[in-house]
Design a protein around this ligand. Structure first.
Ligand SMILES: O=P(O)(O)OC[C@H]1O[C@H](O)[C@H](O)[C@@H](O)[C@@H]1O
Length: 233
């Protein structure tokens, strides 16, 4: 499954109920499971030990297509806190199957970015950017991997209090502004970074063991050029 060798542990399942506070239609009465998160995976004890020694985690997320009262299925959305040096923890994703739309928003809400990615693409979430992943299809499951620091918990408060991201991606193709956000810029598009601006090339799993390629995840303060280039596109 998704190029994963061997059995997967039982996933954490995000239900539609948990998503109610962040849906475009707050009265959407659908129910049931929405997407599965398999956290802290490794293909061998050696890989797991390396990941943990470097304060990192490899996860898979599987998002079947869905229509949530007119909105594409998406993840709940969260920010990451700052690391001890005062810089937000970044994250790196890889699309394994299907297509993904990453909707990023800076904490100051001055920058909203949409990145369309397909299988093989790697996408870096820069420090300070909240993020939602959308499966913008009717018929394809999205499977993606991520590597992220083990040193923090995701923060959902901003997304819950504003009832979702700054924009909603609707199944009719409309990108609708969320009325809970007073003033936000329009969405700009960017490309997945894989192989450019210092963003590593995949497969993501093959980077396990490569300290140089993954140290930006815990020490983003040492990689300001990478993030500046990434945000300039
Ligand atoms: O936490 P959510 O907003 O539901 O997003 C889902 C994803 O978030 C993070 O990136 C985690 O590292 C993933 O394991 C998870 O699948």
């Amino acid at each position: 499954m998704f190029g994963w060798d061997g059995e997967l542990p039982p996933p954490t399942v995000r239900t539609i109920n948990e998503m109610q506070p962040v849906l475009a239609d707050p009265n959407c009465a659908h129910e049931g499971p929405l997407y599965c998160m398999y956290r802290d995976l490794a293909q061998s004890d050696a890989d797991w030990t390396w990941l943990h020694a470097h304060k990192l985690r490899y996860d898979l997320t599987v998002i079947p297509p869905n229509n949530l009262c007119g909105e594409w299925v998406k993840t709940k959305g969260h920010y990451h806190p700052r690391n001890p040096a005062g810089v937000g923890y970044p994250e790196i994703y890889e699309v394994l199957e299907g297509t993904a739309r990453y909707l990023l928003q800076s904490l100051d809400l001055l920058d909203i970015v949409m990145i369309d990615a397909r299988a093989g693409d790697l996408v870096v979430i820069p420090p300070g950017y909240g993020h939602v992943t959308i499966n913008p299809t009717t018929d394809e499951t999205l499977a993606m991997a991520n590597i992220v620091s083990t040193e923090f918990e995701s923060e959902y408060g901003e997304y819950i209090s504003r009832r979702g991201a700054a924009y909603f991606a609707l199944c009719n193709g409309e990108i609708r502004k969320n009325a809970r956000y007073p003033r936000v810029p329009s969405v700009r598009s960017a490309s997945p970074g894989s192989g450019h601006w210092g963003v590593p090339k995949g497969p993501l799993y093959s980077l396990i063991g490569d300290e140089k390629a993954l140290s930006f995840l815990n020490y983003p303060e040492r990689f300001s050029t990478l993030f500046e280039n990434l945000l300039r596109g």
